[in-house]
Ligand binder design. Structure first.
Ligand code: ZN
Length: 106
């Protein structure tokens, strides 16, 4: 079986589990489940299919973005015009307020 990627939700390890079908006890069903949060694939016929389904969904965690650094860069790249910079800074403050759930009526 292919190596299992970390859980896409919590980054923990995952493992394959098997169970008997409720429809036909001779059918063995396989799925992959996260050791920490319990995220699971659907049932598959083989461990290989379950692993493939798990690894298809798994994605690496998103990179952290230095929002403050990006804002500073934007302000530095603007033309050296005080009014323009003040307008852009005001827009950034309003956008940040909205993004963080602040109450901004302006
Ligand atoms: Zn998890």
């Amino acid at each position: 079986m292919n190596e299992l990627k970390p859980c896409p939700c919590c980054g923990s390890t995952a493992r394959p589990v098997g169970s008997r079908s409720g429809i036909n006890p001779h059918w063995k069903l396989c799925r992959v489940i996260c050791d920490r949060c319990g995220l699971t694939t659907a049932n598959h016929s083989t461990p290989e299919e379950a692993a493939a389904a798990w690894n298809t969904r798994a994605t690496p965690p998103r990179a952290e973005v230095d929002v403050e650094g990006v804002i500073v860069d934007v302000l530095l790249l603007l033309p050296n015009d005080g009014a323009v910079k003040a307008n852009v800074a005001s827009c950034i403050r309003r956008a940040l307020s909205r993004a963080t759930g602040g109450n901004d009526a302006t």
